[in-house]
Design a protein around this ligand. Structure first.
Ligand code: MN
Length: 260
């Protein structure tokens, strides 16, 4: 896998430039493991960043002000998958299938998503991350696909995380289309919620055949932001190149932003 490097001056003022990998702020959850609360993120995310030449900086769900300071020190943001967002964040009461919210994580990630938009920080948003981005910018979610939509696709296949289980049509002319280099791709699917009303400033760039939104991106070309409902980090071992290209493009965007 190719690495992406940028040139910066050393603190000591050496004329010899030093190279460092783009630093990516990676959001995480908390979970009680063996009786103790722990910070947790799937290693697939950090492995995928490392494989594309980026350095992962794992951020616990800390208070928004501290999280925004952490974003100051990062080149880009990765919003990871996880819990359902509290529906009160988009003015709905919880559906019976909606999971218990993680209030601290919601507050932290919603603030990061809005700040990333305001600062045009390159952002890759995956699964819950795509939903966080949409809600942060004023959109809503389908709280439970199987009970609120008519579909012949099972989108909730967590045990087949590394398998491509349904097709997705990618909008021609989108950033996503340029990155993956294909109009029809096949993806894994480990979600029971999805983007419903799309937030101002975002547009849909991929859908499944049942109409479920599988990707959104920024309408502002000066902000590199891709949000996908599937899990590209779990598909890097497959023969298809699409998901490796996503992380490689993210690395280029994160590197380009720093040198600007
Ligand atoms: Mn899906």
């Amino acid at each position: 896998m190719r690495s992406v490097w940028c040139t910066i001056q050393t603190v000591s003022g050496d004329s010899q430039p030093r190279r460092r990998a783009p630093r990516i702020l990676v959001t995480a959850t908390t979970e009680v493991v063996r009786g103790r609360p722990r910070v947790r993120v799937n290693e697939a995310y950090t492995d995928a960043l490392l494989a594309a030449g980026m350095t992962p900086l794992v951020l616990p769900p800390i208070n928004p002000r501290a999280a925004l300071q952490a974003l100051d020190d990062a080149d880009a943001l990765l919003l990871t998958g996880g819990e359902d967002i509290d529906p009160k964040q988009f003015d709905q009461s919880p559906h019976e299938k909606t999971g218990e919210p993680h209030a601290a994580r919601d507050a932290c990630e919603l603030a990061l998503a809005r700040a990333a938009r305001d600062r045009r920080t390159p952002t890759f948003a995956i699964c819950r991350g795509a939903q966080v981005m949409n809600v942060a910018l004023g959109g809503t979610l389908v709280q439970d696909i199987s009970s609120q939509r008519t579909t012949d696709i099972n989108h909730d296949q967590s045990i087949r995380r590394t398998e491509r289980v349904h097709d997705v049509v990618v909008d021609e002319g989108s950033l996503l289309s340029r990155v993956v280099g294909a109009a029809d791709i096949r993806v894994n699917s480990s979600h029971h919620q999805s983007v419903d009303q799309v937030a101002p400033g975002l547009r849909v760039t991929a859908t499944a055949s049942d109409g479920i939104i599988e990707a959104v991106e920024s309408t502002d070309p000066s902000w590199w932001m891709l949000a996908v409902q599937w899990h590209p980090e779990e598909l890097l071992g497959t023969t298809e190149d699409w998901d490796r290209r996503l992380f490689e493009a993210f690395a280029r965007a994160a590197g380009a932003d720093r040198s600007a």
